[in-house]
Ligand binder design. Structure first.
Ligand SMILES: [Zn+2]
Length: 201
């Protein structure tokens, strides 16, 4: 009887790296060889950075964006306009908007979209705090969810829930590629979509 094959340290490293998003098997191998050839101190500081970021970054208590304390850098910035709230799926979408440098309002990060097929309902998303937030001091809610079916369904749900609470609900202009996530859309298209946003109610 054959004894079970033990995974080597190198194979284990490649497996871990290949489990990261956007990293195929080949890239994982390249990264693993890079790690093995790098000075030990460099690899230690990389692994420290991974652990420190994972432990030290938590959801902002106001908007759900990544934060190192109670509130994220956007919510803490007194120059941002709290009357405007842009609703996005993930913290990476906040980064995509911030990179444009044109939006001066705040955000609300849902943590995904409604997805009945995957069993994700309203209670699984950061929605309740959005509705509470919109009860006072918010003049405009900008829906900036992906143009895929779940993003559209989530936007519709939010519009229904907020219709009587918020002065103005808008969404990014049409023209964004259908079925896409915001993080894959180029800056100019994003800027145009934000500038040309459409009133929903
Ligand atoms: Zn925040």
């Amino acid at each position: 009887m054959l004894s079970p094959v033990r995974t080597s340290l190198l194979e284990n490293l490649v497996d871990r790296l290949a489990g990261l998003p956007s990293i195929g098997r080949k890239s994982a191998q390249r990264l693993a060889y890079h790690v093995l050839a790098a000075p030990v101190e460099e690899v230690e500081s990389l692994s420290r950075a991974l652990i420190e970021a994972r432990r030290g970054v938590r959801p902002c208590t106001v908007c759900g964006n990544h934060a190192e304390g109670d509130r994220c850098a956007v919510c803490l910035n007194p120059r941002r306009d709290p009357a405007q709230v842009c609703v996005v799926e993930r913290p990476s979408d906040v980064s995509a908007f911030e990179k444009l440098g044109v939006y001066r309002g705040l955000y609300h990060v849902l943590g995904g979209t409604l997805s009945p097929l995957d069993g994700i309902g309203p209670a699984d998303l950061n929605l309740a705090s959005l509705f509470v937030r919109c009860e006072n001091g918010v003049d405009e809610v900008i829906l900036a969810l992906g143009t895929h079916a779940d993003g559209e369904a989530t936007s519709t749900y939010i519009v229904q829930r907020l219709r009587d609470k918020t002065a103005r609900i808008t969404r990014l202009a049409r023209g964004l590629p259908a079925g896409s996530d915001l993080e894959f859309i180029d800056d100019l298209t994003m800027k145009r979509a934000l500038d040309g946003r459409i009133n929903l109610g």
